[in-house]
Design a protein around this ligand. Structure first.
Ligand code: GLA
Length: 412
């Protein structure tokens, strides 16, 4: 039923809006480097009882307060430009013309006015919908309304759409997500397209079509939601390490694997574990969507989110997703080629959570370095430059439990 509806909406769009010879693919020219911004979900969830939780309630004032901090605290100027509202922003019913409406109590000015505010700050507004009958939290989904909703978002001035896949048939997703991509294109407004489709079909080999994901979406979720804990964080890193060749081949300018939001500045990670997330999201060329309360950030977390070396690795124009070279005895090494010739980012993670720091003696070959006589290293967290090291020389690293050592290595 939904499949035929998606086809119907798609053919209507083609017939009435663009003629008959369009190629079906994403052509919005966006996301040449991994997108950066803020997303409400992991930190603020579906908190809609504003009497009970006034400080955390999902309202237009909350979104505006985060926008203000993105500017005043330097996040926007560091590259975090998207500010994305997730699930639970809507009223429970569409209006009498079938259009989506924002919750009138929590978003009394409406999304268009909010977009104007966000744009006036030099930021871009993101929004959430679901391909199925209802969103994951039970708000109206886009089933039967894909074209209308795409136009509504464009009319409001939305710059990013995260399209989730709850309450939908996985067999319809390829057609439906492609149709929504086309509807977005046809609005004429460049709208960054985030797809959750891969996460819903990833366990069904026949439906896990990365060529199609890449052709259709700017970024795609392919694994579980991140939660506020080390176990959740490491399960994502390990999934990426274990499936890296299937994933990294499809990442690059315009299209990115999305391991989910940054939980730095939340409640669940130690400072060392926060370094692991920021380091690994840089290594994996992952979209950087912070999910924290920007009104209340510890200085160490802020410094990590704004670390220039890490952002440069993440945003490197080559757009290579880093690979795990090895994983032995609760330690692993990852490597990411950078655009400067011969230059690599290297991460060593100690995933052991037993009390004491561990010592590692690693050769350049074990770090995946190319065979040049000498090279220098910059510690990305301290910005301390070391070297030159000889290629024949092993290097000693002392790494805390569940922590990371990360360098940029360059021929000397
Ligand atoms: C799914 C998504 C999350 C978030 C919630 C909202 O679980 O994967 O990122 O958007 O829905 O309900």
């Amino acid at each position: 039923m939904k499949l035929s509806c998606a086809f119907l909406q798609l053919s209507l769009a083609i017939l009435y809006q663009v003629g008959h010879n369009q190629v079906l693919s994403l052509d919005n020219g966006l996301a040449l480097t991994p997108p950066m911004g803020w997303m409400h979900w992991e930190r603020f969830r579906c908190i809609t009882n504003c009497t009970e939780q006034p400080n955390d309630c999902l309202t237009e004032d909350l979104i505006k307060s985060q926008a203000d901090k993105m500017v005043s605290e330097g996040y926007r100027d560091a590259g975090y430009v998207y500010l994305s509202i997730d699930d639970c922003w809507m009223a429970k019913e569409r209006d009498n013309k079938g259009a989506l409406v924002a919750d009138p109590i929590r978003f009394p000015s409406g999304i268009k006015a909010l977009a104007d505010y966000i744009h006036s700050k030099g930021l871009k507004l993101g929004i959430y919908e679901d391909f199925g009958k209802e969103t994951c939290q039970g708000y109206p989904g886009s089933e039967f309304y894909l074209g209308q909703d795409a136009q509504t978002f464009a009319d409001w001035g939305v710059d990013l759409l995260k399209l989730d896949g709850c309450n939908a048939d996985v067999n319809d997703m390829k057609t439906g997500y492609e149709a929504m991509g086309e509807f977005l294109n046809h609005t004429g407004r460049p709208i960054l397209y985030l797809c959750s489709w891969p996460a819903y079909v990833q366990k069904i080999a026949a439906l896990s079509d990365y060529t199609a994901f890449k052709k259709t979406c700017n970024q795609w979720r392919n694994f579980d939601d991140i939660e506020d804990s080390w176990d959740s964080l490491y399960s994502i890193i390990d999934y990426y390490g274990s499936n890296q060749y299937n994933l990294s081949a499809f990442a690059g300018p315009g299209s990115w694997n999305d391991p989910d939001e940054l939980i730095i500045g939340g409640f669940g990670l130690s400072p060392n574990q926060e370094m692991v997330q920021m380091g690994m999201w840089a290594m994996m060329a992952s979209p950087l969507f912070m999910s924290l309360d920007l009104r209340d950030v510890q200085p160490e977390s802020k410094a990590l989110l704004l670390n220039k070396n890490l952002l440069a690795i993440n945003q490197d124009p080559l757009g290579k997703q880093g690979l795990r070279l090895w994983k032995i005895n609760k330690a692993e090494v990852w490597s990411k080629p950078l655009s400067k010739p011969g230059s690599l980012a290297v991460a060593i993670i100690n995933t052991d959570n037993q009390g004491a720091p561990r010592v590692f003696h690693l050769s350049p070959a074990e770090l995946g370095l190319p065979q040049v006589p000498k090279y220098n290293m910059t510690n990305v967290f301290t910005n301390k430059h070391d070297g030159p090291y000889m290629f024949s020389q092993s290097i000693k690293f002392i790494i805390n439990p569940t922590s990371i050592y990360m360098v940029i290595a360059e021929p000397s």
